[in-house]
Design a protein around this ligand. Structure first.
Ligand SMILES: [Zn+2]
Length: 349
């Protein structure tokens, strides 16, 4: 038993009262890895916070070596805003768009997305300043990191990795139902690309880390929480910090990389898409019913069927900003909108 200590990281930002980031520090007293676990860098992504609340007593009881630093609310300003970013508003849920002179397009200012601001900037905006404090005070203590996020409920929970074998193996220990491979192993020989993701900050310096996405934002689903607690137990066991073997590794993993065959099912016309009660991760046979499309113009029903055998990686009607905007979660589809993504192959690892 190693009692978790509650510690506080003070954050001073110009124009704001000082606030503190609270975290748990569980020290076994024995040499070993120092595992940093973070959640809620985006204020609407809170599955990981509840996962940590439940994992903490398990870690206290079972830790055999090393130290754990658990930061359940890594970006309190975004949490208090109850939206993805500190600057998110009802009108601009993903932040304000800026004009990109080079590309001549309107795009979001990546500096507002705390996920893209590591290692931060003490003179930058509020997100960059929070990142800077975490980068200076917490990150250097850790040898490993798991950064927990959530994407919309329309996609399956997944561990994210590059083609780096070591990172992939660590991510696979999560026993999450899917692994999404972003791309080739980045070339860090010229140093860390700045700004970058928190996991990249680790991987670029030879430390193991991965990030992951639960399914569902603005909400806490019990099923996701259980997946998360198992993930943290498994990964800690893999690092030798908890006793025992990782669980659930025999389960099917939907493996999605650049070679994966996938089929996007789109709406053949406008209409209200009613799901047929399936869930992400379900195996669907070619020709089985995915849902119905109810035309507002003709009042006719079109059955939407699976065009191939495969696993549901994404399911339900959603549009580009479904992670932040209620309108983009609406079941009314325009012709061509995505209704499902079916991954044809999967790997059991
Ligand atoms: Zn996120």
């Amino acid at each position: 038993m190693s009692k978790a200590k509650v510690k506080y990281l003070p954050v001073r930002i110009k124009g704001r009262p000082e606030f503190k980031i609270a975290y748990w520090d569980i020290d076994s007293g024995k040499k070993g890895p120092v595992l940093l676990i973070t959640a809620a860098l985006h204020g609407n992504e809170v599955h990981g916070s509840e996962v940590m609340r439940r994992f903490c007593p398990i870690a206290e009881k079972k830790i055999v070596k090393g130290r754990m630093i658990l930061v359940p609310f890594a970006n309190p300003l975004a949490l208090w805003n109850r939206r993805p970013h500190i600057v998110s508003t009802l009108a601009h849920p993903k932040g304000k768009e800026i004009w990109d002179k080079e590309k001549k397009i309107l795009r979001f200012d990546l500096r507002d997305n705390i996920n893209c601001t590591w290692p931060g900037n003490p003179k930058g905006n509020e997100a960059e300043q929070i990142t800077y404090v975490l980068s200076e005070k917490i990150v250097p203590q850790a040898t490993h990191c798991i950064d927990m996020h959530c994407w919309s409920r329309f996609s399956i929970a997944a561990a994210l990795s590059t083609e780096d074998e070591k990172q992939m193996e660590f991510a696979r220990m999560s026993a999450l139902p899917a692994i999404f491979v972003r791309g080739p192993k980045p070339d860090y020989s010229k140093g860390i690309p700045k700004p970058c993701l928190l996991s990249m900050l680790f991987n670029a310096t030879g430390k193991l880390a991965f990030d992951m996405e639960f399914s569902g934002q603005y909400i806490i689903f019990e099923k996701e929480v259980l997946l998360g607690v198992r993930m943290l137990s498994n990964c800690s066991k893999y690092l030798g910090m908890l006793k025992g073997k990782p669980e659930g590794l025999e389960e099917t993993i939907i493996f999605k990389d650049r070679n994966t065959q996938e089929v996007t099912v789109t709406a053949p016309e406008n209409g209200l898409f009613a799901e047929a009660g399936l869930s992400n991760g379900d195996f669907v046979k070619k020709g089985s019913l995915l849902g119905t499309l109810f035309s507002d113009r003709t009042l006719k029903t079109t059955e939407i069927k699976a065009p191939v055998d495969g696993y549901l990686y994404a399911y339900g009607h959603y549009r580009r900003f479904c992670d932040a905007d209620l309108a983009d979660m609406h079941p009314y589809a325009d012709k061509g909108d995505t209704l499902a993504i079916i991954v044809k192959s999967s790997k059991k690892k």
